[in-house]
Design a protein around this ligand. Sequence first.
Ligand code: UDP
Ligand code: MG
Length: 325
Amino acid sequence: MTPVESNRATAQPHITVMVPAYNEEKNIANTLHNIRGVLQQMSPYWDMVVVDDGSRDQTAQVVQSLVTDYQVTLVRFSRNFGKENAISAGLGYAKGDLVICMDADGQHASELMVTMLEKWREGYDMVYAVRQDREQESSFKLWGSRLFYRMMSASTHVDIPRDAGDFRLMNRAVVDALCALPERNRFMKGIYAWVGYKSIGIPYTPLPRLHGESAYSKLKLIALAWTGITSFSVLPLRLASLTGATLALLAFFYGTIVVIDALFFHESVPGWPTVVASMMFFAGVQLLFIGVLGEYLARVYDEVKGRPPYIVAEVIAPTTVRRQS
Ligand code: UDP
Ligand code: MG
């Protein structure tokens, strides 16, 4: 155990704040400024990592100009690889005893980091912020997230905390465990929960975005949820088997009735519309579940190809490691 870990109550841990940023030129300077303000009160030892996830605007340039003042290591992706990958990469570059992950758009209040640090001092290894504002969200997001969590809890033994996102503090042990996971489909919500460790949630209400719009459209959210479900559970495959078995059983009974009717009561089987309708129905069900199989195959394919989940084009680090106070 490191000296910092064995003496949590009084230790002054090195804190690294890690921020994934995609097209955040208008927000990032403000966000880093707020973070620095709070960090300075928390510990004399801190730095930041910003992962520029292939922004098309001036995000990287803005961050680059702040590298020394804010002790920022700028990690630039060669293109947009998505937030999950940006976070994975950022964790690898974060060297602190504690790592805090925050959004670049100012929605995560920096002050909450103080509470997170207190919880770590109390003995928790991971402290995640839990959103409290779900009621005000659109019914699409509200019901979508409910359905998602229900499916997840029904299908995995990993207990994924509700409404907890990437805004969280992790100690070195958790970060190392996350970095050691080899998978390429990185569904972070699931992975955080999967690694375990003593964790606790603290409530927060996200602030409004400073500028711009969320990068997550409805379609992207559905895609993310689907990745989450298929990379973390085999529920869709089980559903396929179950539906297949049920339909086969029903078809068997119906077939028996038809045969008995024809043999003993000499009733001709009525009408082709029934045949056509049922054929189309069953063909539909089959195609649907072939699609589900395909999804899993695609995941396996992705993993087997062995491509890296992201490409780092450039890393710019502060040259002078200053100890701030
Ligand atoms: N983000 C990213 N890559 C992406 C999309 C988003 O790194 O492809 C970052 C974004 O800059 C922000 C965070 O992830 O810091 C959350 O994104 P956003 O605000 O768009 O999502 P929401 O707050 O709606 O979940
Ligand atoms: Mg946001």
